[in-house]
Design a protein around this ligand. Structure first.
Ligand code: PDD
Length: 284
């Protein structure tokens, strides 16, 4: 059975307990991070840690563990659960307090939970065949740059995609794609320019996005950070998504329309390869 981390203790998952009054449960009052593990080491831990601090600051949550302490927890979980390839989830909530919309005093201890998932990430069917996506209205809240645990709409959107025979949904505001349900979205134009939405409260500032755009720059590929429509995506040469769980994964269809020749494209393939090389080299 898996060992998980709960408020300073390592426990087998069946013995881990959280209060009924945890604000994560009552109000989705929490933030999280997902870090991938390759060759038993953590990919871009510091990027994820820095974003965790930004999310917490946005919600007025005072950090109670240092970078080194959290790194030690991640490493312990990887070791205890024998993770060579997979994910570490870190969930932080505002803690336990009698139900009240007002935040409890700053002295209330946070709930800090971490757990692992063993998963084959490098070898993936999706990376091989590409994803089919549908477009859906982006009905999430207005602070999508904060990585909160209130993922219900994203979850519903992904279910809807599945019901329609697709793999994922691209969310849209005012006719323009913001991002995927749990990834950042990109297209490649006929001129070979990589286009992805510019950073704003409408999207999550992906840690993988940052690393992949750096890879693109190194390869002297052109990048434009701006919004694009479903129409433009359907007429693009290729498309892809990025996240800690999918790295770079091609998208071959949007709303039933083939993108390019309907097969994974060379830009996505190259970026995935380079991103993986760099990530394995720099993992800690
Ligand atoms: N999701 N956009 C959204 C809405 C996300 O939920 C995620 C990550 C990303 C990509 O961010 P990053 O590159 O830092 O993983 C973009 C994680 C993987 C999840 O919820 O499982």
């Amino acid at each position: 059975m898996r060992e998980v981390f709960v408020n300073g203790q390592y426990l087998v998952e069946a013995e881990a307990r959280i209060s009924v009054f945890d604000r994560g449960f009552l109000f989705a009052d929490g933030v999280y991070e997902v870090t991938s593990v390759l060759d038993g080491r953590l990919v871009d831990f510091d990027g994820h840690f820095e974003r965790l601090l930004r999310s917490m600051e946005a919600l007025e949550m005072e950090p109670s563990m240092t970078r080194d302490e959290l790194l030690a927890v991640h490493r312990q979980l990887v070791r205890r659960n024998g993770i060579n390839e997979g994910l570490v989830y870190l969930q932080v909530t505002r803690g336990v307090a009698d139900r009240d919309f007002l935040f409890p005093p700053g002295t209330t201890p946070l709930t800090i939970v971490a757990f692992t998932q063993k998963k084959s990430l490098v070898e993936s069917e999706h990376a091989r065949r590409g994803l089919k996506v549908i477009s859906l209205e982006d009905m999430r809240w207005g602070m999508c740059d904060v990585k909160t645990t209130q993922l219900l709409y994203a979850s519903m959107a992904k279910m809807k995609a599945r019901e329609q025979g697709a793999d994922d949904a691209w969310l849209m505001r005012d006719g323009l794609i913001s991002e995927g349900t749990s990834n950042n979205a990109y297209i490649v134009t006929d001129e070979g320019v990589i286009v992805t939405r510019d950073l704003s409260p409408q999207i999550l500032s992906g840690i993988t996005r940052r690393a992949v755009l750096q890879c693109a720059e190194k390869l002297q590929m052109k990048v434009e950070e701006r919004a694009f429509s479903v129409q433009e995506a359907a007429g693009a040469k290729e498309a892809f998504v990025t996240s800690a769980t999918t790295f770079v994964t091609p998208v071959t269809e949007v709303d039933g329309r083939k993108i390019g020749d309907g097969k994974p494209g060379p830009v996505a393939r190259k970026l995935r390869e380079i991103y993986l090389e760099e990530s394995i080299r720099n993992a800690i």
